[in-house]
Design a protein around this ligand. Structure first.
Ligand SMILES: Cc1cc2nc3c(=O)[nH]c(=O)nc-3n(C[C@H](O)[C@H](O)[C@H](O)COP(=O)(O)O)c2cc1C
Length: 250
């Protein structure tokens, strides 16, 4: 039996949350990073995977779904983790479950957890915090108990199956400013290859607005323009203002 930790985490919040859960679940994990294309991988029914994605507009990021298609689960068990920015995750877990079941996984548990919002960072700021950490560790204990029981019962998750919330790709692209040193770090880090040799040539169609380019830029040169940021902040403020709770589904 192997334990696999599979993450898609452009700005690190999903990976941080997944690591808290993973380290409370088992000592050793083989890591797979979906920020880059992955090779075809075959698992066995004895394997256990923790699969973690962020919520984008209440859905799973399209790039993560495409890359998960390279995994042939052959009955491996999956623990699903959706990480969101304190607004809502809507169909993220149900869509992730559908994608994984189509790959041959048996989905046995799921967690929805909150991390800092990667676009408007004041929402969910500082999360996962110490309280989240303790709660995720308690969830891990219950998941371990569940993993020890051989019987498979269907996992019922919130959200629509199949008829997902339509995803509207946000019409902004983080842009370079005068502080850009043309170091190429953003282009190398972009999970969809949307940024070419010249940062100003970023392809708005390939860009999934994941904010990784802004997060990795050493000079803070890539960012949303002030007007777009203010409009998004205002649109999200009411929905993001109260602290949301982490949830466990078994
Ligand atoms: C394009 C995009 C869409 C997002 N949509 C939502 C959303 O619908 N609900 C929410 O609560 N957070 C949303 N977020 C925030 C992320 O889910 C959250 O910050 C997550 O922790 C980001 O993961 P990462 O740090 O691993 O990149 C969105 C972020 C991005 C970049």
């Amino acid at each position: 039996m192997f334990n696999y930790l599979v993450t898609f985490s452009p700005t690190g919040g999903t990976a941080r949350t997944a690591e808290i859960l993973a380290s409370a679940l088992a000592d050793n994990w083989i890591r797979t990073d979906l920020l880059k294309p992955i090779p075809e991988t075959a698992l066995t029914a004895e394997d256990v995977c923790l699969i973690a994605v962020p919520s984008y507009g209440g859905r799973i990021p399209t790039t993560s779904a495409e890359r998960l298609n390279c995994i042939h689960a052959n009955g491996a068990r999956a623990v699903l983790l959706c990480v969101y920015g304190n607004r809502a995750y809507e169909d993220t877990l149900s869509e992730l479950q559908d994608v994984l079941q189509a790959r041959g996984f048996r989905c046995i548990a799921a967690v929805a957890a909150i991390a800092e919002h990667s676009i408007i960072r004041e929402f969910g700021a500082g999360r996962p915090d110490a309280d989240d950490c303790a709660e995720l560790q308690a969830f891990a204990e219950k998941i371990r108990t569940r993993l020890a029981v051989p019987m498979d019962t269907p996992l019922c998750l919130p959200g629509e199956h199949g008829a997902y919330k339509p995803y509207r790709n946000t019409p902004f692209v983080p842009a370079e400013t005068d502080a850009c040193m043309h170091c190429g770090i953003c282009a190398q880090a972009c999970p969809t290859g949307a940024i070419g040799e010249m940062p100003e040539t970023a392809d708005p169609e390939r860009c999934i607005k994941c904010m990784r380019c802004a997060a990795v830029c050493p000079s803070g040169a890539r960012k949303l323009d002030g007007k777009t940021y203010a409009a998004l902040r205002e649109r999200l403020a009411a929905a993001c203002s109260t602290r949301k709770a982490n949830e466990l589904f078994l």
